[in-house]
Write a protein that binds this ligand. Sequence first.
Ligand SMILES: *Cc1c(COP(=O)(O)O)cnc(C)c1O
Length: 411
Amino acid sequence: MNLEEKISKYGRNMSSSIIREILKYAADEDAISFGGGVPDPETFPRKELAEIAREIVLNEYHYTLQYSTTEGDPLLKRQIIKLLERMYGLTGLDEDNLVFTMGSQQALDLIGKIFLDDESYCVLDDPAYLGAINAFKQYLANFIVVPLQKDGMDLDFLEKKLKELADRGEIKKVKFIYVVSNFHNPAGVTTSLEKRKALVEVAEKYDLFIVEDDPYGALRYEGETIDPIFKIGGPERVVLLNTFSKVLSPGLRIGVVIGDKALIRKVVQAKQSADLCSPAITHRLAARYLERYDLLEQLKPTIELYRRKRKVMLEALEEYFSDIPGVEWVKAEGGLFIWLSLPKGFDTWEMFEYAKRKKIFYVPGRVFKVYDEPSPSMRLSFCLPPDEKIVEGVKRLREVVLAYGTEKSLI
Ligand SMILES: *Cc1c(COP(=O)(O)O)cnc(C)c1O
């Protein structure tokens, strides 16, 4: 049978993560990888979770081993509502404002399914989160791609594009603006309070939704917490995505959508046809964990660990890159990534061949482009390699940049 012939126009728009392809080289013994976007497994509270897992299987099997509701575990909802109030001062939320998804990735897919088709537009930044690009592309959406600046999206650019669509009578086709508000993946940037407010104003002016994706908010290493866009714009205007992947364990696959009740009902319907329900067992595991332990307290050693590694990487960049003109990097105040940009003309995708030879791995910026095009930037994650490998890796990266730059007469 000819499989290609059978596949629908939606099926044809699916693609697999290039990051996985790239990172298979990093398995080598003496390789150093800044590529992985995953948390350090040593930070997972495995003893605590193991103990609770045994208890909930033996004593709560009626719930944990059964089908559950599409919305998810009410006990976990209660815990999340408390957590959001402590972290962000969010109040007034009740159970009907929340639905759990299989990680935030499912939320992105369901939001794509609910809002997008080949006639719609959504707003993404440049660079953008790969998981969001892939999820929204499947539904054949058109994109307004807005450059990301040091304090968030370039709002003048966004307004210009929206005005053009409004002038053409097409503004109704624009559905939402997707934003990673804290410690952006890949760019490390945090949207400033001013821009959050201005973004809500733009969304109100053109009657658009904002999808705020906030997986890293609790992983702040310096500076003060900023109000979520959700708090500024309210649930009528903003839907907030949260996840336990970066603060507890990605293997639990627990994401949560927080929003207006009517939207949540829509997400529940979409989830029902996708998978009926999430596993009750991981929901109850997380709920009991949060009842017993203070997540924000438990996170302190993790934050210490990542804060130190981030410092090691920033100091190494200072030592090995500050003498190369035109090189810049974003000093992310939290999260897992540093975004390093080389001078104009560099193509970090092409340069990857040089990196392979030196056994140093990164994720080329091209991966985070909505429309495939070269990029002089790369994403570096500091969270997995030990300190001395971070320094050695940055040193190798310098050699790679100098070798490529010299050969291409860029420096
Ligand atoms: C890691 C990450 C997620 C989380 O994905 P899960 O499906 O919850 O594991 C979502 N958005 C961004 C921007 C991320 O970096």
